[in-house]
Design a binder for this molecule. Structure first.
Ligand code: ADP
Ligand code: MG
Length: 212
């Protein structure tokens, strides 16, 4: 079983959006058995699953913030959607099962500053220090050719971690979210740019480079 944790201390940076779209990618595009574990009491991922119609490939949901994380044996992918502001012991606990961490950052000075601090905290956790987990950074809600994006780009490069995707700012994610689907399950003519955005990320996740 592959285990992927979507993590950042900031709210609103796209953790749930990336978690749900990733679940859709593996379930729909790759026909894998997927469990989506929601560690956030706000339940964005659980709400997304509730909105998901029968016609789409099944994704098992676990409200992991209140239930034990009992993952069925035949699961191929476990996607974990983290809450905001996880620190200390709680962070260590959350990271215990993760092989790969996806770290979304928004092109905003406040978010970038917070990301540096949080990344420093992450680097000090046992699992990262012992190289038992791989971290990939994602630039999210990007508007191309903006100064702030070029600053975010330089910033991510300076982190010396794999920079695995640039996701543009688009209503497509909001439309998908409402219907309990991912962009992979929408009309390709509507989402072709977003499918392209996800290519480097899914390629990285399928490769050994994303594994410890
Ligand atoms: N790339 C994007 N383009 C447009 N809206 C986005 C994008 N990523 C996230 N959003 C929106 O931003 C809001 C916060 O995203 P969310 O995934 O809930 O963040 P988090 O889980 O980190 O708090 C949501 O309303 C979501 O639909
Ligand atoms: Mg969330």
């Amino acid at each position: 079983m592959r285990t992927i944790l979507v993590l950042n201390a900031k709210g609103g940076c796209g953790k749930s959006t990336i978690s749900t779209n990733l679940a859709s990618y593996f379930a729909y595009e790759m026909s894998k058995k997927v469990v989506l574990a929601d560690f956030d009491p706000q339940e964005s991922s659980m709400a997304w699953l509730e909105a998901r119609a029968e016609q789409w490939p099944h994704i098992e949901g676990i409200a992991a913030y209140k239930e034990p994380l009992r993952v069925p044996k035949d699961t191929d992918y476990l996607i974990m959607d983290a809450p905001a502001r996880v620190h200390g012991k709680e962070l260590t606990q959350l990271m215990r099962k993760a092989e790969t961490i996806l770290f979304p950052v928004l092109p905003s000075p406040i978010d970038m500053r917070a990301a540096v601090k949080y990344m420093e905290e992450l680097q000090k956790t046992g699992r990262v220090a012992r190289k038992e987990v791989k971290i990939g950074v994602i630039a999210n809600r990007v508007r191309e050719n903006t100064i702030i994006f070029s600053e975010l780009y330089d910033f991510i490069k300076s982190m010396r971690l794999p920079y695995v995707a640039t996701l543009r700012d688009t209503q497509n994610y909001i439309r998908a979210e409402e219907r309990g689907i991912g962009i992979f399950e929408m009309a390709p003519s509507q989402v072709y740019q977003d499918l392209e955005d996800w290519q480097p990320l899914t390629k990285w996740l399928r490769s050994k480079r994303s594994m410890p």
